[in-house]
Design a protein around this ligand. Structure first.
Ligand SMILES: Nc1ncnc2c1ncn2[C@@H]1O[C@H](COP(=O)(O)OP(=O)(O)O)[C@@H](O)[C@H]1O
Ligand SMILES: Cc1ncc(COP(=O)(O)OP(=O)(O)O)c(N)n1
Length: 501
């Protein structure tokens, strides 16, 4: 038997939603989606569906205490997610249990009012929830809950919401996820706030009514990934990507006529799992990333590069950011050369590092010059993920982290191959992506990753998956940043992008 359990044991303390979209039911599905073993102590029964909450029936607070005791007397709990608590006496027994058992991970979703307007927490219990918040490691209020907890009106802008998040974090000593789900506009960012520090994770708003239970699902998934070893930052990046895809896939469930649920298990398509059994590690990592890869192909920057409509300012900003990125990426590849256990692998990573340097010299510097400005937050975030992974010194995990940069670019190169080059403003770049030597190198990198995974422990394989999937998400955001993060100087004139200053 191994020295550690194969899955984090995660206890959800929350209310029941019989329609399966929110509450305990959403928590258990989210915990399972991230590979956890889910448990549930039920604080209240609701009668609700996708349209409304019709009623709430709560057990005596002592019976909630009995459920908690039954679990913790017998089972080691690696993480706790707390959701709907309904009344002050229930908040108190939960707070008392948390203080006595001190779970390593406590995530509090301070559920107060359902989207449909029904109270899920007595107004009198809000004060008790604020006290419980000080015993949590992470709090995940929506904008209304955040305002109630800091005693202010609902934030009118994202920056106001971040200020309230800082206040709540300082007040409780816990980290706070400020959620942009209730903001207006095309984006739905989230941010992890720790005292005065803010780590923002950008996100696009999915136009969908399938948002019932998003808050429950986010908090349960975060508790699970954290118990599984992710940092809060990486965990939020992973969970947010999953949640966005789950909202998008929710419509295909055809559940209810109101605000439908998300598809928690969208990544568990049985056909792809069967394929995974037979495939290599790199192949299954590629399959697992299907939703993020679809996002990459839809990013305006990538579409504009393919059809030539990309404004040169976006492209120049991309090159500047890529110059920063490749410098850091080269350092991580050199670190891999040091970590590699065989001469062949050492030579492979050293040559790849040289390739990254050459790419900067050959194409980037010639066009954008020496002054590449400041790295954008996405560039910093992506490199931070790679460098922190490399710093842990695990060869397998670091190989997995660098892989998406190879595979995503090679995939774009193959997709760009049929595009007519004559008169295309980005012809040289389409060729660079599709360089046969680079495509070959990408296949070699995949085979190194699969070989390393074959002899990795179960734990290492999980770490490889995490490292790979987080990098893939950063790949998408990197393209997106070049599009969103640039002010264009004039109307589109992509006739001669070879002379961008
Ligand atoms: N339409 C949407 N598109 C993308 N993400 C969303 C959308 N609505 C909510 N989210 C995300 O779902 C999570 C829950 O957010 P929110 O709706 O603000 O909380 P709650 O469900 O607690 O009211 C956050 O990560 C938020 O960014
Ligand atoms: C039993 C139960 N718990 C919590 C909620 C609220 O879910 P949440 O994800 O915060 O948001 P909405 O589903 O209200 O959008 C609930 N409805 N039921």
């Amino acid at each position: 038997m191994s020295a550690r359990p194969s899955r984090p044991r995660v206890l959800a303390i929350a209310g029941s939603d019989p329609s399966g979209g929110a509450g305990i039911q959403a928590d258990l599905k989210s915990i399972a989606a991230f590979g956890g073993y889910g448990m549930a102590a039920i604080t209240a029964l609701t009668a609700q569906n996708t349209r409304a909450v019709d009623g709430v029936h709560a057990p005596p607070a002592e019976f909630v205490a009995d459920q908690l005791r039954a679990v913790s007397d017998d089972i080691a709990v690696d993480a706790v997610k707390i959701g709907m608590l309904f009344s002050a006496p229930i908040v108190e027994v939960v707070a008392d249990w948390v203080r006595r058992t001190r779970p390593a991970v406590v995530v509090l979703d301070p559920v107060m009012i359902s989207t449909s307007g029904h109270r899920l927490l007595d107004a009198a219990a809000e004060r008790a929830v604020l006290e419980l918040a000080s015993a949590a490691h992470l709090i995940t209020p929506n904008l209304d809950e955040l305002a109630a907890l800091v005693g202010a009106p609902r934030a009118a802008s994202w920056s106001d919401a971040l200020d309230q998040g800082r206040r709540l974090s300082r007040q409780t000593g816990a980290r706070v996820v400020v959620k942009g789900g209730h903001l207006a506009g095309p984006s739905a960012p989230d941010a992890l706030v720790d005292g005065d520090d803010v780590y923002e994770v950008p996100g696009e708003r999915v136009e969908s009514r399938n948002t019932h239970g998003t808050g429950c699902s986010l908090s349960a998934a975060l508790a699970t990934v954290r118990a599984d070893g992710a940092t809060w930052e990486d965990g939020l990046v992973r969970v947010k990507a999953w949640l966005t895809a789950a909202i998008r896939e929710g419509e295909r469930l055809w559940v209810g006529s109101g605000n439908g649920p998300i598809d928690h298990l969208h990544a568990l398509d049985p056909r792809t799992s069967a394929d995974r059994e037979n495939g290599s590690w790199a192949r299954s990592a590629w399959d697992r990333g299907a939703a993020v890869r679809a996002d990459i192909l839809a990013v305006a920057f990538v579409r504009g590069m393919a059809d030539g409509s990309l404004h040169r300012d976006h492209w120049a900003e991309y090159l500047r950011q890529d110059a920063h990125y490749l410098a850091g990426y080269g350092r991580v590849l050199r670190r891999l050369a040091e970590l590699a256990p065989t001469t062949d692998d050492r030579a492979f990573w050293a040559a790849s590092a040289e390739g990254a340097d050459l790419e900067v010299e050959r194409l980037h510097r010639r066009i954008v010059g020496e002054d590449v400005g400041m790295p954008a937050p996405v560039t910093v975030g992506y490199l931070d993920h790679l460098e922190r992974t490399a710093a842990r010194g695990d060869y397998a995990e670091t190989v997995a982290a660098v892989l998406p940069c190879f595979t995503v670019y090679a995939d774009l190169g193959r997709r760009f191959a049929p595009i007519e080059r004559a008169g295309h403003p980005y012809a040289e770049w389409l060729d660079a992506y599709g360089d046969p030597q680079f495509l070959h190198t990408s296949v070699l990198a995949e085979s190194v990753a699969s070989r390393v995974a074959d002899s990795a422990s179960h734990e290492q394989r999980r770490a490889m998956e995490r490292a790979h999937d987080v990098s893939l998400i950063w790949e998408r955001d990197f393209f997106d940043e070049a599009w969103r993060g640039t002010e264009v100087s004039s109307a589109y004139t992509a006739t001669d992008p070879g002379h961008v200053g």
